[in-house]
Ligand binder design. Structure first.
Ligand code: AGP
Length: 574
Protein backbone atom coordinates (compact mmCIF):
# COMPACT_ATOMS: atom_id res chain seq x y z
CA UNK A 1 0.00 0.00 0.00
CA UNK A 2 1.67 3.25 -1.12
CA UNK A 3 0.46 6.83 -1.32
CA UNK A 4 0.35 8.70 -4.63
CA UNK A 5 -0.57 12.32 -5.41
CA UNK A 6 -0.87 14.53 -8.48
CA UNK A 7 -1.39 18.32 -8.41
CA UNK A 8 -2.03 20.88 -11.13
CA UNK A 9 -2.97 24.49 -10.41
CA UNK A 10 -1.35 27.84 -9.73
CA UNK A 11 0.48 27.14 -6.50
CA UNK A 12 4.01 25.77 -6.09
CA UNK A 13 3.51 22.09 -6.88
CA UNK A 14 6.46 21.02 -4.75
CA UNK A 15 5.01 22.47 -1.56
CA UNK A 16 1.50 21.16 -2.21
CA UNK A 17 2.74 17.68 -3.10
CA UNK A 18 5.13 17.29 -0.15
CA UNK A 19 2.40 18.34 2.27
CA UNK A 20 -0.03 15.92 0.62
CA UNK A 21 2.52 13.11 0.91
CA UNK A 22 2.85 13.78 4.64
CA UNK A 23 -0.91 13.22 4.88
CA UNK A 24 -0.46 9.93 2.98
CA UNK A 25 2.46 8.57 5.05
CA UNK A 26 0.07 6.38 7.03
CA UNK A 27 -0.01 4.29 3.82
CA UNK A 28 3.75 3.72 3.84
CA UNK A 29 6.94 5.64 4.39
CA UNK A 30 10.13 3.78 3.55
CA UNK A 31 11.00 6.11 0.66
CA UNK A 32 9.47 9.04 -1.20
CA UNK A 33 9.81 11.11 -4.33
CA UNK A 34 8.42 13.94 -6.42
CA UNK A 35 8.45 14.93 -10.11
CA UNK A 36 7.56 18.47 -11.24
CA UNK A 37 7.22 19.80 -14.80
CA UNK A 38 8.80 23.23 -15.09
CA UNK A 39 9.79 23.30 -18.76
CA UNK A 40 11.99 20.28 -17.94
CA UNK A 41 10.85 17.30 -15.87
CA UNK A 42 12.59 17.54 -12.49
CA UNK A 43 12.70 14.51 -10.18
CA UNK A 44 13.89 14.10 -6.62
CA UNK A 45 13.78 10.97 -4.45
CA UNK A 46 14.75 10.14 -0.86
CA UNK A 47 14.99 7.05 1.35
CA UNK A 48 12.96 7.47 4.53
CA UNK A 49 10.27 9.95 5.44
CA UNK A 50 8.66 12.53 3.19
CA UNK A 51 10.05 15.44 5.20
CA UNK A 52 13.45 14.83 3.58
CA UNK A 53 11.89 16.13 0.34
CA UNK A 54 11.29 19.56 1.90
CA UNK A 55 14.74 20.74 0.95
CA UNK A 56 13.87 20.35 -2.76
CA UNK A 57 12.60 23.70 -3.98
CA UNK A 58 11.47 23.05 -7.53
CA UNK A 59 9.48 25.76 -9.33
CA UNK A 60 6.46 24.65 -11.35
CA UNK A 61 2.72 24.26 -10.79
CA UNK A 62 2.20 20.66 -11.90
CA UNK A 63 3.66 17.45 -10.54
CA UNK A 64 3.27 14.02 -8.98
CA UNK A 65 4.53 12.50 -5.74
CA UNK A 66 4.82 9.13 -4.00
CA UNK A 67 5.44 7.70 -0.54
CA UNK A 68 6.39 4.04 -0.74
CA UNK A 69 5.59 0.83 1.12
CA UNK A 70 7.92 -1.67 -0.56
CA UNK A 71 6.58 -4.89 -1.99
CA UNK A 72 9.27 -5.43 -4.67
CA UNK A 73 12.85 -4.39 -4.07
CA UNK A 74 14.32 -2.82 -0.97
CA UNK A 75 13.77 0.80 0.09
CA UNK A 76 16.39 2.72 -1.96
CA UNK A 77 16.73 5.81 -4.12
CA UNK A 78 16.67 3.65 -7.27
CA UNK A 79 13.49 1.86 -6.19
CA UNK A 80 11.71 4.97 -4.93
CA UNK A 81 9.05 6.50 -7.17
CA UNK A 82 8.57 8.44 -9.47
CA UNK A 83 10.02 6.19 -12.14
CA UNK A 84 10.93 7.79 -15.47
CA UNK A 85 11.19 6.74 -19.11
CA UNK A 86 14.50 6.36 -20.92
CA UNK A 87 14.19 9.84 -22.41
CA UNK A 88 13.57 11.27 -18.94
CA UNK A 89 10.39 12.99 -20.11
CA UNK A 90 7.71 10.74 -18.56
CA UNK A 91 7.30 10.28 -14.79
CA UNK A 92 5.02 7.66 -13.18
CA UNK A 93 3.92 7.10 -9.60
CA UNK A 94 2.10 3.85 -8.81
CA UNK A 95 0.23 2.14 -6.00
CA UNK A 96 -0.37 -1.58 -6.54
CA UNK A 97 1.43 -4.67 -7.80
CA UNK A 98 2.07 -5.55 -11.47
CA UNK A 99 2.09 -9.35 -11.64
CA UNK A 100 3.56 -9.64 -15.16
CA UNK A 101 6.30 -7.04 -14.81
CA UNK A 102 9.12 -9.48 -15.52
CA UNK A 103 7.60 -10.58 -18.85
CA UNK A 104 7.01 -6.92 -19.78
CA UNK A 105 10.60 -6.09 -18.84
CA UNK A 106 11.69 -8.85 -21.22
CA UNK A 107 9.61 -7.28 -24.02
CA UNK A 108 11.18 -3.88 -23.26
CA UNK A 109 14.75 -5.09 -23.22
CA UNK A 110 15.89 -2.25 -25.49
CA UNK A 111 15.04 0.06 -22.58
CA UNK A 112 17.48 0.67 -19.74
CA UNK A 113 16.06 -0.05 -16.29
CA UNK A 114 17.46 1.50 -13.13
CA UNK A 115 15.38 -0.23 -10.44
CA UNK A 116 14.20 -3.68 -9.26
CA UNK A 117 10.59 -2.50 -9.09
CA UNK A 118 7.54 -3.60 -11.02
CA UNK A 119 6.51 0.07 -11.44
CA UNK A 120 9.41 1.16 -13.64
CA UNK A 121 8.10 -1.08 -16.39
CA UNK A 122 5.02 1.16 -16.66
CA UNK A 123 7.08 4.28 -17.43
CA UNK A 124 8.88 2.48 -20.27
CA UNK A 125 5.65 0.95 -21.57
CA UNK A 126 4.05 4.39 -21.83
CA UNK A 127 7.17 5.71 -23.55
CA UNK A 128 6.99 2.84 -26.02
CA UNK A 129 3.40 3.81 -26.87
CA UNK A 130 3.81 7.60 -26.78
CA UNK A 131 3.48 9.54 -30.03
CA UNK A 132 2.31 12.90 -28.76
CA UNK A 133 -0.94 11.98 -26.96
CA UNK A 134 -0.30 11.01 -23.33
CA UNK A 135 -3.82 9.74 -22.66
CA UNK A 136 -3.69 7.41 -25.66
CA UNK A 137 -0.24 6.18 -24.67
CA UNK A 138 -1.46 5.36 -21.16
CA UNK A 139 -4.58 3.62 -22.49
CA UNK A 140 -2.42 1.42 -24.73
CA UNK A 141 0.08 0.69 -21.97
CA UNK A 142 -2.46 -0.40 -19.34
CA UNK A 143 -3.90 -2.98 -21.73
CA UNK A 144 -0.68 -4.96 -21.19
CA UNK A 145 -0.68 -4.71 -17.39
CA UNK A 146 -1.76 -7.65 -15.23
CA UNK A 147 -2.27 -6.79 -11.57
CA UNK A 148 -3.39 -3.85 -9.47
CA UNK A 149 -2.51 -0.24 -10.22
CA UNK A 150 -3.39 3.35 -9.45
CA UNK A 151 -1.21 5.59 -11.61
CA UNK A 152 -0.44 9.28 -12.03
CA UNK A 153 1.56 10.14 -15.15
CA UNK A 154 3.09 13.42 -16.36
CA UNK A 155 5.04 14.25 -19.53
CA UNK A 156 7.56 17.10 -19.84
CA UNK A 157 5.93 18.34 -23.06
CA UNK A 158 2.45 18.38 -21.46
CA UNK A 159 2.90 20.92 -18.64
CA UNK A 160 -0.83 21.25 -18.11
CA UNK A 161 -2.12 17.69 -17.69
CA UNK A 162 -1.86 14.69 -15.41
CA UNK A 163 -3.18 11.33 -16.59
CA UNK A 164 -4.61 9.24 -13.77
CA UNK A 165 -5.95 5.70 -14.10
CA UNK A 166 -6.83 2.84 -11.72
CA UNK A 167 -7.52 -0.84 -11.63
CA UNK A 168 -7.61 -2.65 -8.28
CA UNK A 169 -6.07 0.21 -6.29
CA UNK A 170 -7.97 3.33 -5.21
CA UNK A 171 -7.83 6.80 -6.78
CA UNK A 172 -9.77 9.92 -5.87
CA UNK A 173 -9.92 13.29 -7.64
CA UNK A 174 -9.97 16.50 -5.59
CA UNK A 175 -11.94 19.19 -7.43
CA UNK A 176 -10.64 22.63 -6.49
CA UNK A 177 -11.01 26.19 -7.86
CA UNK A 178 -8.31 26.80 -10.45
CA UNK A 179 -6.53 23.69 -9.25
CA UNK A 180 -7.17 19.95 -9.14
CA UNK A 181 -5.76 16.95 -7.31
CA UNK A 182 -5.64 13.19 -7.79
CA UNK A 183 -4.53 10.90 -4.96
CA UNK A 184 -4.76 7.47 -3.34
CA UNK A 185 -7.39 8.85 -0.99
CA UNK A 186 -8.98 12.13 0.06
CA UNK A 187 -6.66 12.65 3.04
CA UNK A 188 -4.09 14.04 0.56
CA UNK A 189 -6.24 17.03 -0.44
CA UNK A 190 -9.11 17.28 2.05
CA UNK A 191 -7.61 20.45 3.56
CA UNK A 192 -7.90 22.13 0.12
CA UNK A 193 -11.21 20.75 -1.12
CA UNK A 194 -13.93 18.34 0.02
CA UNK A 195 -15.30 17.96 -3.52
CA UNK A 196 -14.17 14.60 -4.79
CA UNK A 197 -14.72 12.05 -7.53
CA UNK A 198 -13.91 8.43 -6.69
CA UNK A 199 -12.59 6.81 -9.87
CA UNK A 200 -14.21 3.49 -10.67
CA UNK A 201 -12.40 0.42 -11.94
CA UNK A 202 -10.42 1.06 -15.16
CA UNK A 203 -11.52 4.70 -15.41
CA UNK A 204 -9.00 7.26 -16.66
CA UNK A 205 -8.94 10.97 -15.84
CA UNK A 206 -7.22 13.81 -17.68
CA UNK A 207 -6.60 16.30 -14.85
CA UNK A 208 -5.97 19.96 -15.75
CA UNK A 209 -6.00 23.07 -13.56
CA UNK A 210 -9.37 24.29 -14.85
CA UNK A 211 -11.13 20.97 -15.29
CA UNK A 212 -11.11 17.20 -15.33
CA UNK A 213 -12.23 14.86 -18.10
CA UNK A 214 -13.21 11.28 -17.34
CA UNK A 215 -12.94 8.31 -19.76
CA UNK A 216 -13.56 4.57 -19.68
CA UNK A 217 -10.82 2.08 -20.59
CA UNK A 218 -11.76 2.36 -24.27
CA UNK A 219 -11.32 6.15 -24.18
CA UNK A 220 -15.08 6.89 -24.24
CA UNK A 221 -16.02 10.08 -22.33
CA UNK A 222 -17.92 9.70 -19.03
CA UNK A 223 -19.74 12.05 -16.69
CA UNK A 224 -17.99 13.20 -13.49
CA UNK A 225 -19.91 12.25 -10.32
CA UNK A 226 -18.72 14.88 -7.81
CA UNK A 227 -19.48 14.19 -4.14
CA UNK A 228 -18.77 16.22 -1.01
CA UNK A 229 -16.92 14.29 1.72
CA UNK A 230 -17.64 15.29 5.30
CA UNK A 231 -14.62 13.64 6.89
CA UNK A 232 -11.88 15.45 8.74
CA UNK A 233 -8.26 14.50 7.96
CA UNK A 234 -7.98 11.78 10.62
CA UNK A 235 -11.18 10.12 9.47
CA UNK A 236 -9.95 10.29 5.90
CA UNK A 237 -6.74 8.46 6.81
CA UNK A 238 -8.89 5.73 8.38
CA UNK A 239 -11.17 5.75 5.32
CA UNK A 240 -14.02 6.59 7.65
CA UNK A 241 -13.35 3.73 10.08
CA UNK A 242 -13.13 4.71 13.74
CA UNK A 243 -9.77 2.97 14.25
CA UNK A 244 -6.94 1.73 12.03
CA UNK A 245 -7.48 -1.73 13.56
CA UNK A 246 -11.05 -1.90 12.25
CA UNK A 247 -9.93 -0.59 8.85
CA UNK A 248 -7.24 -3.28 8.73
CA UNK A 249 -9.71 -6.01 9.73
CA UNK A 250 -11.86 -4.93 6.80
CA UNK A 251 -8.88 -4.87 4.41
CA UNK A 252 -8.38 -8.64 4.81
CA UNK A 253 -10.35 -9.82 1.76
CA UNK A 254 -7.94 -7.76 -0.37
CA UNK A 255 -4.74 -8.52 1.58
CA UNK A 256 -5.50 -12.26 1.66
CA UNK A 257 -6.10 -12.17 -2.08
CA UNK A 258 -2.91 -10.18 -2.73
CA UNK A 259 -0.79 -12.48 -0.54
CA UNK A 260 -2.28 -15.58 -2.17
CA UNK A 261 -0.56 -14.47 -5.40
CA UNK A 262 2.96 -14.70 -3.96
CA UNK A 263 5.37 -17.26 -5.41
CA UNK A 264 7.40 -19.41 -2.98
CA UNK A 265 10.94 -19.59 -4.37
CA UNK A 266 12.61 -20.69 -1.14
CA UNK A 267 14.58 -23.90 -0.57
CA UNK A 268 12.18 -26.01 1.58
CA UNK A 269 13.87 -29.44 1.72
CA UNK A 270 14.59 -30.44 5.34
CA UNK A 271 14.62 -33.44 7.63
CA UNK A 272 12.89 -31.35 10.29
CA UNK A 273 11.25 -27.94 10.34
CA UNK A 274 11.19 -25.53 13.27
CA UNK A 275 8.67 -22.70 13.30
CA UNK A 276 9.33 -19.84 15.68
CA UNK A 277 7.93 -16.34 16.29
CA UNK A 278 6.34 -14.21 19.02
CA UNK A 279 2.78 -13.28 19.89
CA UNK A 280 0.26 -13.31 17.10
CA UNK A 281 2.92 -14.34 14.58
CA UNK A 282 3.66 -17.39 16.72
CA UNK A 283 0.00 -18.46 16.55
CA UNK A 284 0.14 -18.22 12.77
CA UNK A 285 3.20 -20.44 13.02
CA UNK A 286 1.32 -23.00 15.11
CA UNK A 287 -1.36 -23.23 12.39
CA UNK A 288 1.55 -23.71 9.99
CA UNK A 289 2.84 -26.64 12.03
CA UNK A 290 -0.48 -28.46 11.82
CA UNK A 291 -0.88 -27.76 8.11
CA UNK A 292 2.69 -28.65 7.08
CA UNK A 293 2.62 -31.92 9.04
CA UNK A 294 -0.85 -32.76 7.70
CA UNK A 295 0.07 -32.10 4.07
CA UNK A 296 3.82 -32.61 3.74
CA UNK A 297 4.39 -35.14 6.55
CA UNK A 298 7.64 -33.40 7.53
CA UNK A 299 8.23 -33.31 11.31
CA UNK A 300 7.56 -29.73 12.37
CA UNK A 301 8.34 -28.35 15.80
CA UNK A 302 6.63 -25.16 16.95
CA UNK A 303 8.43 -23.15 19.63
CA UNK A 304 8.15 -19.59 20.93
CA UNK A 305 11.18 -17.56 19.87
CA UNK A 306 11.78 -16.33 23.44
CA UNK A 307 12.05 -19.99 24.54
CA UNK A 308 13.93 -21.27 21.50
CA UNK A 309 16.82 -18.87 21.92
CA UNK A 310 17.68 -20.06 25.47
CA UNK A 311 16.87 -23.76 25.13
CA UNK A 312 20.09 -24.82 23.41
CA UNK A 313 17.90 -26.30 20.67
CA UNK A 314 18.85 -29.46 18.78
CA UNK A 315 18.89 -27.92 15.34
CA UNK A 316 21.43 -28.44 12.58
CA UNK A 317 22.26 -28.27 8.91
CA UNK A 318 19.55 -30.69 7.75
CA UNK A 319 16.88 -28.58 9.41
CA UNK A 320 14.90 -25.55 8.26
CA UNK A 321 13.96 -22.78 10.68
CA UNK A 322 10.92 -20.72 9.63
CA UNK A 323 10.66 -17.38 11.42
CA UNK A 324 7.53 -15.26 11.16
CA UNK A 325 7.43 -11.54 11.89
CA UNK A 326 5.20 -8.69 10.70
CA UNK A 327 7.77 -6.01 11.56
CA UNK A 328 10.86 -8.07 10.81
CA UNK A 329 12.50 -6.45 13.86
CA UNK A 330 11.29 -8.46 16.90
CA UNK A 331 14.32 -9.05 19.13
CA UNK A 332 13.49 -12.60 20.26
CA UNK A 333 12.65 -13.74 16.75
CA UNK A 334 15.83 -12.19 15.35
CA UNK A 335 17.87 -13.89 18.09
CA UNK A 336 16.27 -17.24 17.28
CA UNK A 337 17.12 -16.75 13.60
CA UNK A 338 20.75 -15.96 14.40
CA UNK A 339 21.07 -18.94 16.75
CA UNK A 340 19.69 -21.36 14.16
CA UNK A 341 22.09 -19.97 11.55
CA UNK A 342 25.01 -20.40 13.96
CA UNK A 343 23.98 -24.05 14.31
CA UNK A 344 24.02 -24.49 10.54
CA UNK A 345 20.29 -24.63 9.84
CA UNK A 346 18.78 -23.06 6.73
CA UNK A 347 16.43 -20.18 7.53
CA UNK A 348 13.28 -18.86 5.89
CA UNK A 349 11.57 -15.65 7.04
CA UNK A 350 7.90 -14.78 6.50
CA UNK A 351 7.90 -10.99 6.86
CA UNK A 352 5.66 -8.02 6.04
CA UNK A 353 8.23 -5.21 6.09
CA UNK A 354 10.48 -5.37 3.04
CA UNK A 355 14.21 -5.24 3.78
CA UNK A 356 13.69 -5.40 7.56
CA UNK A 357 16.49 -6.92 9.65
CA UNK A 358 14.97 -10.42 9.80
CA UNK A 359 14.26 -10.30 6.05
CA UNK A 360 17.86 -9.37 5.33
CA UNK A 361 19.46 -11.96 7.63
CA UNK A 362 17.38 -15.01 6.66
CA UNK A 363 18.61 -17.25 3.83
CA UNK A 364 15.22 -16.94 2.10
CA UNK A 365 12.36 -14.53 2.63
CA UNK A 366 8.65 -14.68 1.74
CA UNK A 367 7.02 -11.25 1.85
CA UNK A 368 3.39 -11.04 2.88
CA UNK A 369 1.34 -8.37 1.11
CA UNK A 370 -0.65 -7.02 4.01
CA UNK A 371 0.58 -3.47 3.41
CA UNK A 372 1.40 -1.14 6.30
CA UNK A 373 -0.25 -2.38 9.49
CA UNK A 374 -0.71 0.55 11.90
CA UNK A 375 -2.93 -0.92 14.62
CA UNK A 376 -0.73 -2.41 17.39
CA UNK A 377 -3.01 -5.44 17.46
CA UNK A 378 -2.07 -7.46 14.42
CA UNK A 379 -4.95 -8.59 12.19
CA UNK A 380 -4.38 -8.40 8.42
CA UNK A 381 -0.72 -9.34 8.88
CA UNK A 382 -1.83 -12.49 10.74
CA UNK A 383 -4.11 -13.75 7.98
CA UNK A 384 -1.41 -12.90 5.42
CA UNK A 385 1.05 -14.99 7.43
CA UNK A 386 -1.43 -17.87 7.36
CA UNK A 387 -1.70 -17.56 3.56
CA UNK A 388 2.10 -17.65 3.24
CA UNK A 389 2.24 -20.79 5.39
CA UNK A 390 -0.48 -22.50 3.32
CA UNK A 391 1.50 -21.69 0.17
CA UNK A 392 4.66 -23.12 1.75
CA UNK A 393 2.83 -26.31 2.79
CA UNK A 394 1.40 -26.54 -0.73
CA UNK A 395 4.85 -26.23 -2.27
CA UNK A 396 6.34 -28.78 0.14
CA UNK A 397 3.58 -31.33 -0.39
CA UNK A 398 2.54 -30.68 -3.99
CA UNK A 399 -1.04 -30.67 -2.70
CA UNK A 400 -3.10 -27.69 -3.95
CA UNK A 401 -4.63 -25.40 -1.33
CA UNK A 402 -7.49 -23.60 -3.06
CA UNK A 403 -7.62 -20.14 -1.46
CA UNK A 404 -9.73 -18.59 -4.22
CA UNK A 405 -12.97 -18.58 -2.22
CA UNK A 406 -11.47 -17.18 0.97
CA UNK A 407 -11.68 -13.41 0.22
CA UNK A 408 -15.41 -13.64 -0.49
CA UNK A 409 -15.93 -15.83 2.57
CA UNK A 410 -14.17 -13.23 4.74
CA UNK A 411 -16.41 -10.54 3.26
CA UNK A 412 -19.47 -12.58 4.30
CA UNK A 413 -18.18 -12.71 7.87
CA UNK A 414 -17.35 -8.99 7.92
CA UNK A 415 -20.98 -8.35 6.95
CA UNK A 416 -21.91 -9.77 10.40
CA UNK A 417 -20.12 -6.87 12.14
CA UNK A 418 -23.35 -5.51 13.68
CA UNK A 419 -24.40 -8.97 14.92
CA UNK A 420 -20.99 -9.42 16.53
CA UNK A 421 -21.22 -5.97 18.09
CA UNK A 422 -24.49 -7.01 19.77
CA UNK A 423 -22.79 -10.13 21.16
CA UNK A 424 -19.93 -7.95 22.49
CA UNK A 425 -22.51 -5.71 24.15
CA UNK A 426 -23.73 -8.68 26.25
CA UNK A 427 -20.28 -9.64 27.50
CA UNK A 428 -18.06 -6.53 27.57
CA UNK A 429 -18.31 -6.17 31.35
CA UNK A 430 -16.97 -9.63 32.26
CA UNK A 431 -13.59 -10.09 33.91
CA UNK A 432 -12.56 -13.34 32.25
CA UNK A 433 -12.98 -15.09 28.90
CA UNK A 434 -12.10 -18.63 27.83
CA UNK A 435 -11.31 -19.38 24.17
CA UNK A 436 -11.35 -23.03 23.08
CA UNK A 437 -10.30 -24.73 19.88
CA UNK A 438 -8.94 -28.02 18.61
CA UNK A 439 -6.45 -29.02 15.92
CA UNK A 440 -5.84 -26.16 13.44
CA UNK A 441 -8.27 -23.99 15.42
CA UNK A 442 -6.45 -24.39 18.71
CA UNK A 443 -3.97 -21.65 17.62
CA UNK A 444 -6.98 -19.51 16.67
CA UNK A 445 -8.29 -19.88 20.23
CA UNK A 446 -4.90 -18.64 21.44
CA UNK A 447 -4.99 -15.74 18.96
CA UNK A 448 -8.59 -14.84 19.86
CA UNK A 449 -7.63 -14.70 23.53
CA UNK A 450 -4.61 -12.52 22.77
CA UNK A 451 -6.69 -10.06 20.73
CA UNK A 452 -9.21 -9.82 23.60
CA UNK A 453 -6.47 -9.34 26.22
CA UNK A 454 -4.37 -6.79 24.39
CA UNK A 455 -7.09 -4.34 23.36
CA UNK A 456 -9.94 -4.77 25.89
CA UNK A 457 -7.71 -5.59 28.89
CA UNK A 458 -10.09 -8.39 29.90
CA UNK A 459 -8.21 -11.49 31.08
CA UNK A 460 -8.66 -14.19 28.43
CA UNK A 461 -7.19 -17.66 28.13
CA UNK A 462 -6.88 -19.67 24.95
CA UNK A 463 -6.94 -23.42 25.52
CA UNK A 464 -6.90 -26.68 23.64
CA UNK A 465 -10.50 -27.74 24.23
CA UNK A 466 -9.47 -31.26 25.21
CA UNK A 467 -7.58 -29.76 28.14
CA UNK A 468 -10.67 -28.40 29.90
CA UNK A 469 -11.15 -31.51 32.04
CA UNK A 470 -7.52 -31.26 33.23
CA UNK A 471 -8.11 -28.15 35.31
CA UNK A 472 -9.45 -25.08 33.47
CA UNK A 473 -13.08 -26.25 33.77
CA UNK A 474 -12.76 -25.21 37.42
CA UNK A 475 -12.87 -21.63 36.12
CA UNK A 476 -16.30 -22.04 34.52
CA UNK A 477 -19.15 -20.04 36.03
CA UNK A 478 -21.99 -18.05 34.48
CA UNK A 479 -19.67 -15.02 34.62
CA UNK A 480 -16.91 -16.59 32.51
CA UNK A 481 -18.08 -16.80 28.88
CA UNK A 482 -16.37 -19.33 26.60
CA UNK A 483 -15.75 -18.75 22.90
CA UNK A 484 -15.66 -22.19 21.28
CA UNK A 485 -14.57 -22.81 17.70
CA UNK A 486 -16.84 -25.63 16.57
CA UNK A 487 -16.66 -25.72 12.77
CA UNK A 488 -17.45 -28.79 10.67
CA UNK A 489 -14.23 -30.79 10.92
CA UNK A 490 -12.98 -34.11 12.25
CA UNK A 491 -12.96 -32.96 15.86
CA UNK A 492 -16.31 -31.19 15.95
CA UNK A 493 -18.10 -33.84 18.00
CA UNK A 494 -15.29 -33.65 20.55
CA UNK A 495 -15.64 -29.91 20.97
CA UNK A 496 -19.43 -30.24 21.24
CA UNK A 497 -18.80 -32.51 24.25
CA UNK A 498 -16.55 -29.84 25.74
CA UNK A 499 -19.29 -27.27 25.17
CA UNK A 500 -21.83 -29.52 26.89
CA UNK A 501 -19.51 -29.92 29.90
CA UNK A 502 -19.32 -26.12 30.16
CA UNK A 503 -23.07 -25.62 29.71
CA UNK A 504 -23.67 -28.17 32.47
CA UNK A 505 -21.81 -25.79 34.78
CA UNK A 506 -23.82 -22.72 33.70
CA UNK A 507 -21.06 -21.47 31.45
CA UNK A 508 -22.16 -19.21 28.55
CA UNK A 509 -21.04 -20.30 25.08
CA UNK A 510 -20.26 -18.13 22.04
CA UNK A 511 -19.79 -20.67 19.24
CA UNK A 512 -18.03 -20.12 15.92
CA UNK A 513 -19.73 -22.61 13.62
CA UNK A 514 -20.13 -23.55 9.97
CA UNK A 515 -23.02 -22.08 8.02
CA UNK A 516 -25.95 -24.52 7.93
CA UNK A 517 -25.15 -26.14 11.28
CA UNK A 518 -28.45 -25.71 13.16
CA UNK A 519 -27.54 -28.37 15.75
CA UNK A 520 -25.03 -26.01 17.41
CA UNK A 521 -27.86 -23.69 18.46
CA UNK A 522 -28.96 -26.26 21.05
CA UNK A 523 -25.60 -25.98 22.76
CA UNK A 524 -24.61 -22.32 22.47
CA UNK A 525 -25.95 -19.03 23.77
CA UNK A 526 -24.64 -17.21 20.69
CA UNK A 527 -23.57 -18.55 17.29
CA UNK A 528 -21.44 -16.72 14.74
CA UNK A 529 -21.43 -18.58 11.43
CA UNK A 530 -18.55 -18.77 8.96
CA UNK A 531 -18.90 -20.09 5.39
CA UNK A 532 -18.05 -23.73 4.72
CA UNK A 533 -14.50 -24.32 3.51
CA UNK A 534 -11.76 -26.95 3.57
CA UNK A 535 -11.21 -27.84 7.25
CA UNK A 536 -7.50 -26.99 7.02
CA UNK A 537 -8.36 -23.48 5.75
CA UNK A 538 -10.89 -22.68 8.49
CA UNK A 539 -8.38 -20.65 10.56
CA UNK A 540 -8.49 -17.95 7.83
CA UNK A 541 -12.21 -17.61 8.59
CA UNK A 542 -12.61 -18.43 12.30
CA UNK A 543 -10.15 -15.71 13.33
CA UNK A 544 -12.28 -12.94 11.75
CA UNK A 545 -15.20 -13.06 14.24
CA UNK A 546 -12.67 -13.19 17.09
CA UNK A 547 -10.93 -10.06 15.79
CA UNK A 548 -14.28 -8.26 15.58
CA UNK A 549 -15.43 -9.55 19.00
CA UNK A 550 -12.25 -8.24 20.63
CA UNK A 551 -12.51 -4.94 18.73
CA UNK A 552 -16.13 -4.20 19.70
CA UNK A 553 -15.58 -5.34 23.29
CA UNK A 554 -12.65 -2.91 23.55
CA UNK A 555 -14.68 -0.17 21.86
CA UNK A 556 -17.51 -0.61 24.35
CA UNK A 557 -14.93 -0.42 27.14
CA UNK A 558 -13.59 2.81 25.58
CA UNK A 559 -10.06 1.43 25.34
CA UNK A 560 -7.32 3.01 23.24
CA UNK A 561 -7.63 0.39 20.52
CA UNK A 562 -4.92 1.45 18.06
CA UNK A 563 -2.39 2.10 20.84
CA UNK A 564 -3.21 -0.25 23.78
CA UNK A 565 -1.53 0.53 27.10
CA UNK A 566 1.95 -0.98 27.71
CA UNK A 567 2.23 -2.27 24.10
CA UNK A 568 4.38 -1.37 21.09
CA UNK A 569 3.86 -2.29 17.46
CA UNK A 570 7.30 -3.84 17.26
CA UNK A 571 9.10 -5.30 20.33
CA UNK A 572 12.72 -4.66 19.43
CA UNK A 573 13.98 -5.34 22.97
CA UNK A 574 13.96 -8.56 25.01
C1 AGP B 1 -0.10 -8.92 18.04
O1 AGP B 1 -1.42 -8.41 18.07
C2 AGP B 1 0.81 -8.24 19.02
N1 AGP B 1 0.88 -6.86 18.76
C3 AGP B 1 2.15 -8.94 19.17
O2 AGP B 1 1.86 -10.20 19.74
C4 AGP B 1 2.96 -9.20 17.88
O3 AGP B 1 2.32 -10.17 17.11
C5 AGP B 1 4.34 -9.74 18.31
O4 AGP B 1 5.00 -8.73 19.04
C6 AGP B 1 5.21 -10.14 17.11
O5 AGP B 1 5.47 -9.02 16.31
P1 AGP B 1 6.13 -9.25 14.86
O6 AGP B 1 5.13 -10.04 14.06
O7 AGP B 1 6.35 -7.87 14.31
O8 AGP B 1 7.40 -10.01 15.05
Amino acid sequence: MCGIIGYVGSRNACEVIVRALERLEYRGYDSAGIAVVNEKLEVSKVVGRVEKLKSRKFEGTIGVGHTRWSTHGKPSIENAHPHVSCDGKIAVVHNGIIENYLELKEELKTHSFKSETDTEVIAHLIEENYSGNLKEAVLKAIKKLVGAYALCVVHESKPDEIIAVRSGSPLALGIGVGENFVASDVSAFIEHTKKTVYLNERELAVVKKNGVELFDSEGKKKQLAIVEVNWDLEQAQKSGFKHFMLKEIFEQPRTVEETSKIKINAELKADKIFITACGTASYAGLVGKYVIERLARVPTEWVLASEFRYSNPIVGRKDLLVVISQSGETADTLAALRLAKEKGARTLAIVNVVDSTIAREADDVVYTRAGLEIGVASTKAFTSQLVALYKIAEKMSGKKMDLSGIPKAIEKILAKDKEITEIARKYFKVYNFLFLGRDVNYPIALEGALKMKEISYIHAEGYAAGEMKHGPIALVTDEVPTVAIAVNDEVKTKIISNIQEIKARNGKIIAIATEGDTEIKKHANEVIYVPKTDALLTPLLTVIPLQLLAYHTAELRECDIDKPRNLAKSVTVE
